[in-house]
Design a protein around this ligand. Structure first.
Ligand SMILES: [Zn+2]
Ligand SMILES: [Zn+2]
Length: 342
């Protein structure tokens, strides 16, 4: 396969942005790494947190993007897991040390020395990317590149968050109904749950989107739902949603915070935590989460709603994410813009 020396990439040079379109060398896969020709790369809220400086110390300059679907076009020394021509998916967890207390306990998502795609390792807002083969996923053949991309972070973090709620929970609140929520809602509905979707006040468009996907109710995050919740997942990065979700939960309810960054949580009366309600966060993902989700998604026939832009319009895509201009997921691709359900 013909691999050029140089490629186009969207590069974050300083926090605050914007990303800059640059010609940089095509990366060379190191030991145990694959070289991917990127087909699609999802745009995640974490990319915005990195751009905006809400997450500290990215390795600058950095190519963002951690929902990569690509074709393997080269293998570094010792990399035999994927053949040239096979597709592979790359998510946020780029590498872990395998030796820290968390790795040894099977909690690689908490690894002290983890490296993250598009944050401390160059990501997929580019024509090519390299990745450690051990942290790549096989992409289910039912999904095209664009449709698969949101599964790799929105899907994975959403799925990990969803697995943190009690199995016997029926009425599930989801705060922030974007890419992760629209995937999780489909799995929850498939498992017989009822979904209550909370959006920014007066966001009728997203509320209609949630109802179309099968939510029993959709309303403003300032409202109480028509039924007490058994659990809630918060994807929106707004701390005031924590007491709001607690207040909406029945006794024993679990509130899962799925984002990597959240504004401060305001103080709240102990009475809304009392009754064995629980607040917890979800950090990163394990490879097992990824493998589970990617095997469940085709069975549930999870469909991803994707708005697609050429990757050189990454700044526009990030703006669209910031303003909530698109339902579902936003995906950068090498093919011309198109919008639709895949
Ligand atoms: Zn570790
Ligand atoms: Zn992400």
């Amino acid at each position: 396969m013909d691999i050029p020396d140089m490629m186009t990439a969207m590069v974050l040079e300083k926090q605050g942005g914007p990303l800059v379109e640059k010609r940089i060398p095509v990366p060379v896969p190191g030991v145990g790494e694959v070289l991917l020709r990127v087909g699609a790369c999802g745009v995640c809220r974490t990319d915005l947190h990195i751009l905006d400086g809400e997450l500290a110390a990215p390795s600058l300059p950095i190519v963002p993007g951690h929902e990569i679907v690509g074709v393997v076009v080269g293998n570094g020394a010792g990399a035999t897991r994927f053949s040239v021509g096979e597709r592979a998916g790359v998510g946020w967890l780029g590498a872990t040390c395998g030796t820290c207390r968390y790795c040894l306990k099977g909690q690689e998502n908490l690894c002290d020395n983890a490296r993250f795609t598009g944050y401390t390792i160059n990501g997929g807002y580019a024509e090519y990317a390299v990745a450690d083969q051990r942290y790549c996923f096989r992409v289910p053949p039912q999904y095209g590149d664009v449709a698969a991309a949101p599964l790799l972070c929105a899907g994975l973090i959403g799925y990990r968050s969803y697995r943190m709620i009690p199995e016997n929970a029926i009425d599930i609140g989801i705060y922030g109904f974007g890419a992760a929520a629209h995937i999780v809602a489909q799995i929850a509905l498939h498992e017989g749950k009822r979904v209550f979707a909370f959006t920014k006040p007066r966001d009728a468009k997203t509320q209609a989107f949630a109802r179309r996907l099968g939510a029993s109710w959709a309303g403003d995050s300032t409202q109480l739902p028509p039924a007490e919740l058994d659990a809630a997942i918060i994807f929106a990065p707004a701390g005031p949603l924590v007491p709001a979700a607690l207040a909406a939960c029945a006794k024993g309810g679990v509130v899962v915070c799925g984002g990597i960054h959240m504004s401060d949580i305001p103080s709240f009366p102990y009475s809304i935590l009392w009754g064995e309600r629980v607040i917890r966060s979800v950090a990163n993902l394990t490879r097992r989460d990824g493998e589970e989700l990617l095997s469940i998604a085709p069975k549930v026939q999870v469909q991803t709603d994707c708005t697609t832009l050429k990757f050189r319009y990454a700044n526009k895509a990030l703006d669209m994410l910031r303003t909530g201009a698109a339902d579902g997921a936003i995906v950068l691709t090498m093919v011309p813009e198109l919008t639709g359900r895949s």
